[in-house]
Design a protein. Structure first.
Length: 723
């Protein structure tokens, strides 16, 4: 039997702001659209038409890689808007909207390149009957956006059970309220809760009250909760949402209070409205949207407008999102043209409700790394969304940008994924050199001196595994000709049995670094391990190999002229972490002149922390990687004063630009493929990361750090600042 495949079934679901699927809506509901079975990563035109077939409004949305458009607001606050300007179905009160829309039927049509795809009918209820709670003006009109210092927050309730007591709470906004959710009322500066209790008349089904006076309101995003109380109810004031509680809006913010930004601008024309953030990602859980500047290749890019940054005159208008190659302010001055790089068109109608109400997918599965900006173009600035015309031009202050002075966002290569270079490999097996081995301070209980030899020197063979960028993978093949030269990274292992080829335990890391454009070598320090060597001899081993690299770069051979000795990175594991910090300190104190731009300490020991002269890094850049399940370097019972300290002490003392990756479930040995079992750790525990996970995390964090400081790729800093 031959199996056949078919396109997924197209399905349209209409939702209200509570996430309930409906075919009949009430006036002032918000209509959200959820569609599946579309052409993936393509612009689709969404049009709402009335019973005569006339367009009420239209938006353009991009389907994701699976062919879905998920829960996007299409018609916010049905029927509410600016009369005579916001279109034929825009009214300033619910009563007028109900009189005009009640009993009418509409249709949502989805089209791709003007060809019909799917449609879904819905109606407007002849009367409002569902309990409703919403922010309002003093006259009772639905109002989701207020200005600080000008408006008080009124609340209006409809279609409630008659009679009884009702507590009305103002709370911080959240997405998707559910019974059992804890809440806390907003508090005034004096600590007073923003809560009011009202008594409904015996026949009353609604109310209106001033919940927050104008002189007390503060900027922010808020929801409203109403709770009907029974006489003498036990625990009536518990702050846990009940199924019987009425929430103003469960999936969109009810009211945003914003400051008048132009109050602080003496010149209104000519300024640029540069929002701090517009680009972001949808999240499965609270807060459901996260602003970010870094999108690893293949990560969908979403855009939104924070209502707190929009003036009231911008609400209810159509806007087109443009994703463009980043332009400097000088380039904008030369040309205001907007050229979208995605090949798709995304248009929404702005709402004052919340960030989630203004979000839309603008770039599905991006594959082109680079610098980009996001622009919200209000086009001809028509108050009627149906009359919107995009003008393909960035015209401040009307249009808004995420970018301008800075890059709006980056599409980046995932640093844990192999790069584009083929990998060349070779080995160094050069004659031994003599390095100092005078030992370092230790507490009296440890003998007072560790790591020394009788002669004060050590013969160190210069042995290393080497990987490098190539145009064709192989042994001793030529270094890639695509660039004049490449930064170099030296890796040093720590203390282990001297019969174990520890330096070969990072071959996976060397391969990865080479594919990403680094010449990388892991050096053999077993001669140091044989004498229980400490940070002094390990540092000297790093410096000796830098001298070797310089000679390889200057002399004949595959590396001649290909090693950029102005861009050096060093990484040390365990005692090697001590060693790389000591290497840079010696480099500076002795005036050696090595251009060590990046230092990585992996699960490092800190043997000098309580000594008379602790190692304090004051030059270069520093990354410390340390695992929560490190049973070898764990700090002892008193980590601050124990002789064998951890990376936390190194990180705290470093007086340079620094970052730390503390990895839950990471151990000590699993970063090295030669090091076998763990100390004090149950390797079978599900809380302990696998070997492959250790390797992926090290490749990712270390590569990103080196890309920043050796390749000038500032966008990769986002991996260290929470992005």
């Amino acid at each position: 039997m031959n199996a056949t495949s078919s396109a997924p079934e197209r399905q349209i679901t209409l939702l209200d702001a509570s996430g309930v699927a409906r075919r009949e809506f009430e006036v002032a509901d918000s209509l959200l659209l959820d569609v599946h079975g579309l052409k993936p990563m393509s612009t689709h035109d969404i049009t709402i038409k009335d019973g005569k077939g006339d367009a009420v409004l239209a938006v353009s949305l991009v389907s994701d890689r699976y062919g879905s458009i998920g829960s996007c607001v299409v018609w916010p606050d049905i029927g509410i808007g600016v009369p005579d300007k916001g279109g034929r179905y825009a009214f300033d009160t619910e009563e007028l909207a109900q009189a005009a829309l009640g009993g009418r039927f509409f249709v949502v049509e989805v089209a791709y390149r003007r060809e019909f795809v799917q449609r879904c009918e819905f109606g407007i209820a002849k009367s409002q009957q569902r309990p409703r709670l919403h922010p309002a003006t003093e006259s009772g009109v639905l109002r989701r956006g207020l200005l600080l210092g000008e408006d008080g927050l009124w609340v209006r309730g409809h279609w409630l059970p008659t009679g009884g007591l009702v507590d009305v709470y103002l709370v911080a906004s959240r997405h998707d309220w559910r019974p059992g959710d804890a809440f806390e009322p907003v508090r005034d500066p004096d600590g007073t809760e923003v809560v009011q209790r009202i008594a409904l008349e015996r026949d009353a089904t609604g109310f209106q009250l001033l919940l927050w006076p104008r002189e007390r309101v503060r900027t922010g995003r808020y929801d409203i909760i109403a709770r009907r109380l029974l006489p003498h109810e036990y625990r009536g004031e518990e702050r846990v949402l009940r199924a019987s509680d009425l929430v103003s809006d469960k999936r969109i913010t009810s009211v945003v209070i914003r400051d008048d930004i132009f109050r602080y601008k003496p010149i209104h024309l000519g300024c640029v409205m540069a929002m701090r953030e517009m680009a972001g990602k949808r999240l499965a859980g609270s807060p459901y949207f996260e602003f970010t500047n870094n999108f690893p290749r293949g990560t969908d890019v979403w855009a939104t407008l924070d209502p707190a940054g929009l003036m009231p005159t911008a609400i209810g208008k159509k806007v087109r999102y443009y994703t463009i190659a980043h332009k400097t302010s000088a380039q904008w001055t030369a040309s205001s043209a907007l050229v979208d790089v995605t090949g798709n068109v995304t248009e929404i109608i702005t709402t004052s409700s919340c960030i989630n109400g203004n979000e839309a997918l603008v770039w599905a599965n991006p594959q082109v790394p680079g610098k980009y900006d996001l622009v919200a173009d209000f086009g001809n600035n028509s108050p009627d969304p149906a009359a919107f015309v995009a003008d393909d031009s960035f015209d401040p202050p009307l249009d808004i940008i995420d970018g301008y002075l800075n890059v709006g966002f980056y599409i980046t290569d995932d640093p844990s994924v192999a790069g584009s270079f083929a990998t060349g490999q070779t080995t160094f097996n050069s004659p031994a050199v003599t390095i100092p081995a005078v030992g370092v301070w230790a507490p009296p209980a440890y003998g007072g001196l560790l790591g020394n030899t009788m002669s004060g020197t050590l013969s160190l063979p210069l042995v290393a595994e080497v990987r490098y960028p190539a145009d064709t993978s192989g042994v001793d093949v030529a270094v890639s000709a695509s660039k004049p030269n490449y930064p170099v990274v030296v890796v040093m292992h720590g203390m282990h049995g001297s019969a174990t080829p520890s330096y070969q335990g990072y071959n996976y890391l060397l391969d990865h670094l080479a594919s990403n454009g680094f010449i990388a070598l892991s050096i053999d320090c077993n001669a140091i391990n044989a004498i229980n060597g400490m940070q002094d001899t390990r540092a000297q081993a790093i410096l000796a190999h830098l001298t070797l690299l310089q000679s390889k770069n200057a002399g004949p051979g595959i590396f001649q002229g290909k090693i950029d000795m102005t861009r050096i990175g060093i990484m040390g594991h365990s005692r090697g972490g001590d060693g790389v910090v000591q290497a840079e300190i010696l480099n500076q104190s002795q005036g050696l002149g090595w251009n060590i731009k990046a230092i990585v300490a992996l699960a490092p020991t800190d043997f000098s922390g309580i000594s008379p002269a602790p190692l304090n890094l004051v030059t270069s850049k520093f990354l410390c990687i340390y695992g929560s399940n490190d049973g070898d370097v764990w700090g002892g019972a008193t980590p601050a004063t124990d002789y064998v300290g951890t990376g936390f002490r190194f990180y705290d003392r470093a007086m340079v630009e620094k970052a730390m990756a503390f990895i839950y479930g990471a151990t000590h040995n699993r970063f090295n493929t030669q090091w076998g079992t763990e100390s004090k750790v149950d390797g079978a525990s599900p809380k302990v990361l696998s070997d492959a996970q250790h390797q992926t995390l090290l490749k990712g964090y270390m590569t990103a750090f080196l890309q920043v400081h050796l390749q000038g790729r500032a966008e990769q800093l986002d991996y260290f600042n929470g992005e």
